[in-house]
Design a binder for this molecule. Sequence first.
Ligand SMILES: [Zn+2]
Length: 376
Amino acid sequence: MTRQWDPAAVDEASDPDAAAAFAAAFDRLGGTLAIEKRGDEPGRDLFRELRWHMREMIRMGREVPPPQLTTGDIYLDFVDNATFNAAAIKLDGHELIGIYSGAIFLIYNYFSSFLSDPSVLPQIGNPSVETKDEETLAALRDRHLSDIAPRRPLDPTRNLAASRFAWGATCLLFLHEARHHMAGHLEFMRDEFALRDYIELPALPLSPEECAIRRALEFDADLGAAGTHMRWWLDAWGTNRIPELEALPPALSWCICVAMLYKIMDAEQMDRPFQLATHPPAIARWLYTAFTANQANYIGVSIRLDDAFFEAGQSEVVRWWNENKLPVPKSANLSSVRSAIEHVRSTYDDHGKIMPRVRRFAEHRASEIRNRYSNP
Ligand SMILES: [Zn+2]
């Protein structure tokens, strides 16, 4: 059952052993973000609420029946690091997910700036009071942002809408990380490259071979996260937890969350030729994510997933992005739909090659967790 966030709630998911493993695993990457020590109340409350929602998703994903993959005892927290990144790490038997504080800031800044533009989604709130936030746009262009947006959309509904979108995109990032654990990607990478950590955007360039495998795993994580995220978003919409976005069909608001997150991650990927990129280009990720979500079977959801929403959501984000000359890495400069399809195809082929082995790791993990729960 879906529970509501209560700001007065104490944090239920504090497992001291997992918290210690988290602190040790992320020590060299910035350490655990001390949320309670943050001086600013909006920032503190934001992190508390986000963490609660993500831990709630872990709780809800724990007892799903096979063949769905269980979240098990994944432990989530934030890393005190102002760059955009996220990582899935396994240490001393603890499955950990660290979302960097910089990822949260950047996602909130992008959406804040997006809704501050009066030409964006005029059906939300009163866009006539908005003016473009040129300062934040310039900072986004220079990739120079260190904290929560200094300026928010002026219309209260648009301000809240920006937060809801950012919340949705953050939860997609989290589900994607969870998928790296649940689908056996860490064990596979350990077996293949003796890696312990799966850091989304590694600082150092990797070999073309490792990059190709990573893109295939990213594809797998995106596919797994897409269906879950869409169901979760439609449920939030259906239970009136995103009322500021009710002017939009839920499939359209969902598309905007997804398209924006992929654009941001693309911008944060270093300028590398495709062979050395760790993630497929945003447009390719967008194409197969939309396709998967559209194919999935949403029993009990009484909305029609019209193709038009998929197109409209993506084009609203891309139009705004290009109009404001926001960063696009060289590897993402796809000249045609055909080249985007070729990227999807080559990633899909690589995915097919490694999947039989990856799935064995996932099945092994799932049965180990089921045994642990049945023999506590
Ligand atoms: Zn990933």
